[in-house]
Design a binder for this molecule. Structure first.
Ligand code: GLP
Length: 238
């Protein structure tokens, strides 16, 4: 694991976007794992501005809320269209998100795993980190061997994400379908981006603390090709 410090949020975002852009230029048919959250919005804005082609790229998002259809403005499908897909030349048939509307979530989860395997696995997985230490929606005590499945969201996560739901944590769905920790670790390369003081303590636990299912992001310590890009505030507890 390589820690990449950046002096400002903008610099951290720029480094992350450049890394993705350069992987896409080297391998136009990249299988790219995508993340959501406020931190990623500027990464996607920079990728759009770069003009890099997504025409042959296949994407897999980490997670999706259960019970929100893709048309719902708070779904991650809508987030991705708004911030990236509507502005680049990606082939809609190559876009993948977990199906949080499926009648049987375990069937949808197994299908998602099959789709990832069918694409040859993920080349580069982009990650954020939640204040509860999650990657994707792998909440505390997620098994380090977990695969794609539905998870109950913790109050910390629902409060953190309430901003997108009119500030009301009760409006945030209670469950999500998420890639598992092991699914994420199987990606050939990981890049985790964190910014801001609010993430400093959990970032320190994830990268310097013990490997623990209480902080699922600590599992990235096991990965041999992983960059953690941090602005000065997110790195302030290291
Ligand atoms: C959500 C996503 C996570 C993401 C987190 C960080 O919980 N499921 O994948 O890491 O948001 O969000 P933010 O960037 O808004 O702090």
């Amino acid at each position: 694991m390589e820690i990449v410090p950046a002096p400002t949020r903008d610099a951290a975002v720029a480094l992350t976007a450049k890394l993705i852009e350069s992987r896409l230029r080297d391998k136009p048919n990249l299988v790219l794992g995508l993340a959501t959250g406020r931190t990623m919005e500027e990464v996607y804005a920079r990728l759009v501005a770069s003009g890099v082609s997504f025409a042959r790229c296949t994407t897999f998002n980490l997670d999706e809320y259960v019970g929100l259809p893709p048309e719902d403005p708070n779904s991650y499908a809508a987030y991705m269209r708004h911030h990236l897909f509507d502005h680049v030349d990606i082939d809609p048939a190559r876009i993948n998100l977990p199906d949080g509307m499926a009648d049987d979530l375990s069937v949808a989860a197994a299908d998602y795993e099959r789709r990832i395997a069918g694409a040859g696995g993920i080349d580069l997985q982009l990650l954020g980190i939640g204040e509860a230490g999650h990657i994707g929606f792998n909440e505390p005590l997620s098994a380090l061997r977990s695969r794609t499945r539905d998870k109950i969201l913790t109050p910390v996560t629902r409060a953190q994400n309430a901003g997108m739901f009119g500030g009301d944590p009760d409006a945030v769905p209670k469950r999500a379908l998420t890639m598992g920790v092991e699914t994420i670790l199987e990606s050939r390369e990981l890049v985790l981006l964190a910014s801001g003081r609010a993430k400093a303590s959990v970032v320190a636990k994830a990268v310097e603390g013990p490997l623990t299912a209480r902080i699922s992001a600590s599992a990235i310590q096991l990965h041999t090709h992983c960059k953690v890009i941090l602005d000065d505030e997110a790195a302030s507890d290291l």
